[in-house]
Ligand binder design. Structure first.
Ligand SMILES: Cc1ncc(COP(=O)(O)O)c(C=O)c1O
Length: 499
C-alpha cells in the first residue's frame, strides 16, 4: 500500500494519546478480534426481517419504493463485523453495506475523530468545494487521497458516489479526446459553441465509451449505458448506442483450464479490436474503455493479468483512454489498495474511479485529463471534506493494524474453506474465486443460490448474491481468521442441511 504521510496523522495520534487510546488499541490488537466488545458470534432470535423490521418496511413503503430493504439496522448497537437489527438479531456481516464499510461498525478510531472540535466543524460546514474550499483542502487531498493513489497517478477529482464518478470521468475522457482532435488546442469554434447548445455536432460530438457484457458501472444516465448486469436497472431508460465487448468467462479451477481460458482472453480481446474498428467506421469513435478489475455486481467475473495488460495495449494503440472502475474493488479488499495493482500493467491506467470503501467518490487521473477550463467537470459539492476526514481515519487504521496483510490472511483461510466445500458438495458449489477477502462461489442455479443466501442469514450470516448464481463475500478489512472460521462453520452447516 502506498504510505500515508506521517506528518499528517500526528494530530490524530495526539488526540488518542490524550485519551489513553493508543494503549487500549495496542492490547486489543493482540486479541483475535480487533474491536473491543465485539460479539462472540451471531445470534438470531426472529425471522429476518423480524416483526419490528416488517413494521418499518410497511411505514417506509407508504412513502417510497422499499422493496429492496432486507432489514432495519440498529446502528447504535452494531459493532465491528456484526450488524445488529432492530429485532435484536446479531449478524456476522460478510457483505458490509454492499462492500462499503472498511472498518465495520462504530470503529473506535472513527468515533474518536469526532472528539476534535476542528473535525466537528468540518462536518457542519460543507463547502461547495469547486468554489469555496477550506484552506486545508489541497493539503488534505495530497496527504490523504494522493498518498494512496495508484502509482503514477498524481491528479484527483472528488465526487459524490460511484456512478457520478464514472459519469464525470467519461466527461474528462471526452474532453481529453476532443482536445487531441483539435491538435492540443482548447479553443472552440463558433460553430462548436453554438451547435452544442442544440445537442448537435460538432459541439456535441458523436463519441462512444466501450464497456463489457456483465459490467456494472452505476445507474446515472451515462454510466447506465455501460452497465449490463441486470435488465431491471436499464429497462425503459434511453441508452447510448455504445460498443459492448464480451468479458472473459473462465472455466474453473483455473489451473486445470489454462489453455481454454487463454483462448477466451484472446476471443474477447479480438472483439475489442473489432469494435474499435466498427465504431470508428460508424462515425462514433471509441474515446475510452471502462472495465472493472473483477466484475462485481455481474457475478464476480475475473480476468487474467495478461488480459488486462493486453487490453491496455489495445486501448493505447487505438488512441483511447483506459478507465479502471475500482468502485467496489478499491480500498483494500483484494489485499492491495487497488485491485489493478495485481495485474502488472505497463504504466498506470489513464483514469481510476473509486467510492464505497474510500468513503467518498472520485477518480485519479493522468494530468492530460484535467480540462483546461473550469466548470467543465463540476457540481455544487464535488465530494465532501467530512468523508475525507473519515477516510483519513480509515487509512491510518489500515496502516497501523496492517489490515492489508490481515485481508490476505483471512482471505486465504476463506478461499481454502470455500475450495474444500467445492470438493465436499460438488452438486451445490463450484468456481470458488477471487483475491484477498473479495471472494465468490457459484451455485448451479439462481434458486439454489437464493436459498443458500437466505438460510445463511437464518444462521446469522449476512452475505450477498451477485450475477445469476453466485454468492459474494465482502467483509470489512477488520475481518479476522476467527470470523472466517465462524462463517465457514455456519456455511458448512447450511450445505450439510441441503444435501
Ligand atoms: C464497480 C462499480 N461501479 C460503480 C458502482 C456505482 O456506485 P454507486 O452505487 O455508489 O453509484 C458500483 C456499485 O455497486 C460498482 O460496484
Amino acid at each position: 500500500m502506498a504510505h500515508i504521510s506521517k506528518k499528517w496523522i500526528t494530530p490524530l495520534k495526539k488526540i488518542k494519546q490524550l485519551s489513553g487510546f493508543v494503549q487500549k488499541t495496542h492490547t486489543l490488537r493482540a486479541a483475535s478480534t480487533l474491536i473491543s466488545g465485539e460479539p462472540e458470534g451471531p445470534t438470531v432470535k426472529t425471522d429476518i426481517p423480524g416483526p419490528k423490521s416488517k413494521q418499518l418496511i410497511d411505514e417506509l413503503s407508504a412513502i417510497q419504493q422499499a422493496g429492496s430493504v432486507q432489514l432495519f439496522a440498529d446502528y447504535e448497537r452494531s459493532l465491528g463485523n456484526y450488524l445488529v437489527d432492530v429485532d435484536g438479531n446479531v449478524l456476522l456481516d460478510v457483505y458490509t453495506q454492499i462492500s462499503s464499510m472498511p472498518l465495520g461498525y462504530n470503529h473506535p478510531d472513527l468515533l474518536q475523530l469526532l472528539n476534535d472540535p476542528y473535525n466537528v466543524k468540518t462536518i457542519v460546514n460543507r463547502p461547495a468545494l469547486g468554489v469555496f474550499p477550506g484552506a486545508d483542502w489541497p493539503k488534505k487531498l495530497k496527504n490523504i487521497l494522493l498518498q494512496v493513489a495508484p502509482s503514477g497517478l498524481n491528479h484527483v477529482t472528488t465526487m459524490m458516489c460511484g456512478s457520478c464518478s464514472n459519469e464525470n470521468a467519461f466527461k474528462n475522457i471526452f474532453i481529453w479526446y476532443q482536445r487531441k482532435q483539435r491538435g492540443g488546442s482548447s479553443d472552440f469554434s463558433q460553430e462548436e459553441t453554438e451547435s452544442c447548445m442544440m445537442n448537435q455536432s460538432p459541439g456535441s460530438p458523436t463519441l462512444s465509451v466501450m464497456s463489457f457484457q456483465g459490467a456494472f458501472h452505476g445507474r446515472t444516465l451515462g454510466a447506465l449505458s455501460t452497465t449490463h448486469s441486470k435488465y431491471i436497472h436499464k429497462i425503459d431508460i434511453p441508452a447510448f448506442d455504445w460498443p459492448i465487448a464480451s468479458f472473459p468467462q473462465y472455466r474453473y479451477p483455473l489451473h486445470e483450464n489454462q489453455r481454454e481460458n487463454d483462448a477466451e482472453d484472446k476471443r474477447c480481446l479480438a472483439e475489442v479490436e473489432d469494435l474499435f474498428a466498427e465504431f470508428s467506421k460508424r462515425g462514433s469513435p471509441v474515446a475510452g474503455i471502462i472495465v472493472e478489475p473483477i466484475q462485481s455486481e455481474g457475478g464476480d467475473n475475473e480476468a487474467s493479468p495478461q488480459f488486462f495488460q493486453e487490453l491496455q495495449r489495445v486501448v493505447k494503440k487505438n488512441g483511447a483512454a483506459l478507465l479502471i472502475d475500482e468502485v467496489q474493488t478499491g480500498g483494500g479488499p483484494t489485499g492491495k489498495m487497488w485491485c489493478h495493482e495485481h495485474f502488472g500493467l505497463d504504466g498506470p491506467p489513464d483514469v481510476v474511479t473509486f467510492s464505497k470503501k474510500m468513503q467518498l467518490g472520485g477518480y485519479y487521473h493522468k494530468p492530460d485529463f484535467k480540462p483546461s477550463q473550469p466548470y467543465r467537470v463540476f457540481n455544487t459539492w464535488m465530494g465532501d471534506p467530512a468523508k475525507l476526514l473519515l477516510l483519513q481515519g480509515v487509512l491510518e487504521v489500515v496502516r497501523r493494524d496492517s489490515l492489508l496483510d490481515l485481508v490476505q490472511k483471512s482471505g486465504k483461510k476463506l478461499l481454502t474453506g470455500l475450495r474444500s466445500f467445492e470438493q465436499e458438495f460438488p452438486q451445490l458449489l463450484h468456481a470458488a474465486r477471487g483475491r484477498g477477502t473479495f471472494l465468490a462461489i457459484s451455485c448451479p442455479s439462481t434458486k439454489l443460490r437464493d436459498d443458500l443466501v437466505a438460510r445463511l442469514k437464518k444462521k446469522g450470516i449476512q452475505t450477498g448474491g451477485c450475477g445469476e448464481h453466485s454468492i459474494r463475500l465482502r467483509p470489512a478489512l477488520i475481518f479476522t481468521p476467527k470470523h472466517a472460521d465462524i462463517f465457514l462453520d455456519r456455511f458448512r452447516q447450511v450445505l450439510k442441511e441441503t444435501k
